[in-house]
Design a protein around this ligand. Structure first.
Ligand code: CA
Length: 228
């Protein structure tokens, strides 16, 4: 169904048994699931690394679901599809939810399967309007074909080096930590850290004269240096 890396989903729900149930349900499918029980942490996680779908409870400590949704729409650097979960079923609550930027609504209690279907449908929405071509300064990446061009010249890169470059380009202008880079490469089981170093070396070699685009940010990680 999904040939690329697993889809990332963030579940923000303060009711621990329900959160555990949702995480177990989604983790068995095509997702890589992160979770938060508090509104502030949920927003922070969603902004740091925008997920492919956010499953968001309405009543939360810290920030409520409406506030999270609003701030996400204002501050996230990409569109995050939001599925709001709530026991409230009045028309007014739905109006507020959609008004705050929710894409979909699911009333508790719900069938696990329906949550899955809706999350999959929402993950496709995130692709809408996303060009396969990613331009970062003189660097162009075609996410469909996997072709990388620098100043119009094709740079053939091994698969893992390409994944590193794509992760850096998609995150730009943010700096990626070592663990995020490892995740971009191996998703489920990060191998020893030396492997990351060797793929980075391959990437720099493959970039040739463009190798200086990969900047080390001391004690933080790496970023793509293509302007401000
Ligand atoms: Ca709640």
């Amino acid at each position: 169904m999904n040939a690329g890396p697993p889809l990332r989903i963030l579940v923000v729900e303060d009711h621990a048994p329900l959160r555990a149930q949702i995480v177990a349900l989604l983790a068995g499918a095509v997702w890589r699931v992160e979770e938060a029980s508090d509104g502030r942490l949920g927003l922070q996680l969603a902004l740091q690394q925008p997920p492919d779908v956010l499953v968001l409870d309405l009543g939360l400590p810290g920030l409520d679901g409406l506030q999270i949704c609003q701030r996400l729409r204002e501050q996230a650097d990409r569109y995050v599809p939001v599925l709001m979960l709530t026991a409230r079923d009045s028309l007014d609550d739905k109006r507020l939810g959609f008004g705050a930027g929710a894409d979909d609504y699911l009333l508790k209690p719900f069938a696990g399967e329906e949550l899955l279907w809706r999350c999959l449908a929402l993950s496709r929405r995130g692709e809408l309007g996303r060009s396969p071509l990613l331009q970062r300064g003189p660097l162009q990446i075609d996410r469909r074909s996997g072709e990388v061009c620098y100043e119009g010249q094709v740079l053939p890169l091994p698969r893992q080096a390409y994944r590193l470059l794509l992760a850096l380009a998609e995150a730009w202008p943010r700096t990626l930590s070592r663990s995020e880079l490892q995740l971009a490469l191996w998703i489920d089981e990060p191998p020893e850290s030396d492997a990351l170093r060797s793929h980075l070396y391959t990437l720099r070699q493959g970039l040739g004269s463009a190798h200086s685009l990969i900047k080390t940010v001391h004690s933080v990680g790496l970023r793509l240096d293509v302007g401000p």
